[in-house]
Design a protein around this ligand. Structure first.
Ligand SMILES: Cc1cc2nc3c(=O)[nH]c(=O)nc-3n(C[C@H](O)[C@H](O)[C@H](O)COP(=O)(O)OP(=O)(O)OC[C@H]3O[C@@H](n4cnc5c(N)ncnc54)[C@H](O)[C@@H]3O)c2cc1C
Length: 491
């Protein structure tokens, strides 16, 4: 029977769930508090410059293909993908960088040139990473985190040791060169924790990086949001923006309605794609499953200081994605996770979409995005933002040997306070709850409320975890659970 399902938020997980639920024949209505959809992946267009406000690395193209294939579609029905070469550059000092090529053979040769014998070791490491990818991304992450037994299979039992070792140890066992170590530790940062707190099994992220490559939708990550919005609309989903959900109404322990901008909207089922902690605050306290103490004890992914910058000239010596690892990685990690404070000497990331996509900036100009990872919950002031902008601009100018500051014609910042205010993000986290051993699979917050019937959750605080591909998967997992409930009710 057709049900009315209201969805809170329009991030990737909500968009994914909306598509699956509409395909099942339900009436699906999405309510987004901001004035455009996409959640953390919104787009900003100002003065001729276009910026993806959040995600910029399109990894795991197979996950996106699998999503669209579930609707009889291909990504190319909606957007064009470009494989980046180099995938990215990692800077260690003035004009001192390693460029990661778009194929493993060249990366192996690069490694060998830096540390003798490391090429063969890299192939061994990647073979294991690929095997983990096959187990994790093709299978395990598509399980809903309901029971620990989901993780038990012939393959995972063979790899049990990898759940107790960590990426940092593994990489150090094989490689001695600090630069190579940092490059191999980089991909798991997407999972939100330190490499030393990320189980070895997560080396599948290295396969995503070197094995599958870094892609770019032709006019930016927002192409994917648009694609999913189009697919959802084709399936009959309705979208409302500027629609803040103020309350989830529960009667007899059943979710009955939501309150949107003061208006009660009846629902057969409520699904929230907003941050889990925030969603629970929309419930009366007796219906919340997790205490403040619980959230306080979780390891959250970092918050970030972001800058969207327009330059009125072409910048030299740049590539699409650039990582600035010219300072102490361990100290910055400590200042995010162990002793939260503004980083003494921040690592940072920059991307210049206009290198690949001419529409991202006016002719002869460049659009740049800069990101400094920060401890969640940290103090955020205009003075600190300005101080850190100067710090990274100075480093950027020295390292790439040019002056750029005087060519800035547009600049906007986004930091912890904006994550809280615009996305209701717990402690202003940028990308959810980290995937540590104790926050994996069935140990993450549940997709289905244990206290309120017909209330479900999706998104980066649930399974499988942070990132765009996991968000697509999370939407599928929750819609499968919802469907299971409806099928049971029919019997
Ligand atoms: C700066 C940054 C860089 C990133 N880089 C990458 C990357 O390169 N590659 C990658 O794969 N991932 C990246 N990520 C992570 C990725 O973007 C996220 O994991 C993913 O987009 C999260 O999707 P979501 O659906 O879980 O949540 P969100 O996108 O946060 O969606 C939640 C939505 O709910 C809305 N909402 C909240 N409260 C309410 C309410 N009361 N009423 C109505 N609506 C509400 C919010 O406004 C938001 O639109 C990055 C994230 C950030 C922030």
């Amino acid at each position: 029977m057709k049900k009315k399902i209201t969805i809170i938020g329009s991030g990737f997980s909500a968009l994914s769930a909306a598509c699956y639920l509409a395909k099942k024949g339900h009436e699906v209505v999405v309510f987004e508090k901001n004035n455009s959809i996409g959640g953390r992946a919104r787009q900003m267009r100002k003065q001729g410059f276009t910026f993806d406000m959040g995600p910029s690395w399109y990894w795991m193209p197979d996950v996106f293909e699998r999503f669209f294939a579930d609707f009889g579609k291909k990504t190319t029905d909606y957007y064009e993908l470009i494989k980046l070469n180099p995938a990215y550059r990692v800077y260690f000092g003035v004009e001192e960088f390693i460029a990661i090529a778009d194929n493993l053979d060249e990366i192996v040769a690069e490694f060998e040139g830096i540390e003798r014998g490391s090429g063969k070791l890299l192939r061994e490491f990647m073979a294991e990473a690929q095997s983990n990818y096959d187990i994790a991304i093709k299978d395990l992450v598509y399980r809903p985190g309901v029971s620990p037994l989901e993780l038990v299979s012939l393959e995972t039992v063979k790899k049990i040791g990898q759940f107790f070792g960590n990426i940092s140890q593994d990489v150090r066992k094989k490689f001695k060169n600090e630069k190579l170590i940092q490059i191999l530790e980089f991909p798991v940062l997407f999972l939100g924790a330190k490499p030393s707190d990320t189980p070895s099994f997560y080396s599948f992220m290295n396969f995503a990086d070197f094995g599958l490559g870094t892609w770019h939708p032709k006019t930016g990550m927002f192409d994917v949001v648009r694609a999913m919005e189009n697919l959802a609309t084709e399936l009959g989903v309705q979208f409302f923006v500027n629609s803040n959900i103020e309350k989830i109404i529960v009667e007899d322990s059943i979710a009955k309605a939501i309150v949107v901008n003061g208006e009660r909207i009846e629902s057969d089922l409520v699904l929230s794609g907003a941050d889990y902690h925030h969603t629970e605050t929309l419930l009366d306290s007796e219906f919340r499953q997790y205490s403040e103490k619980y959230w306080e004890s979780r390891v959250f992914a970092p918050s970030s200081l972001l800058f969207y910058v327009g330059f009125n000239k072409k910048i030299e010596n740049i590539s699409h994605h650039m990582l600035f690892f010219d300072t102490d990685f361990n100290q910055h990690a400590r200042e995010i996770y162990d002793e939260p404070q503004w980083p003494t000497a921040p690592l940072f990331y920059a991307n210049f979409p206009s290198v690949t996509d001419k529409t991202a900036a006016p002719d002869g100009m460049e659009s740049g995005f800069f990101l400094i990872p920060l401890a969640p919950g940290i103090e955020d002031t205009a003075v600190l933002r300005a101080e850190y902008f100067d710090k990274i601009m100075q480093r950027f100018e020295t390292i790439t040997k040019q002056s750029v500051k005087e060519y800035i014609v547009f600049k906007e910042s986004f930091c912890k306070n904006d994550f809280v205010e615009q996305y209701n993000a717990y402690k202003g986290n940028a990308y959810g709850m980290a995937n540590t051993l104790l926050q994996t699979a069935f140990l993450r917050p549940k997709l289905k409320s244990q206290k309120v019937r017909n209330l479900y959750f999706t998104g980066q605080l649930t399974v499988p975890g942070p990132g765009v591909p996991p968000a697509l998967i999370s939407g599928k997992l929750v819609s499968d659970l919802i469907d299971k409930q409806f099928q049971k009710e029919k019997l």
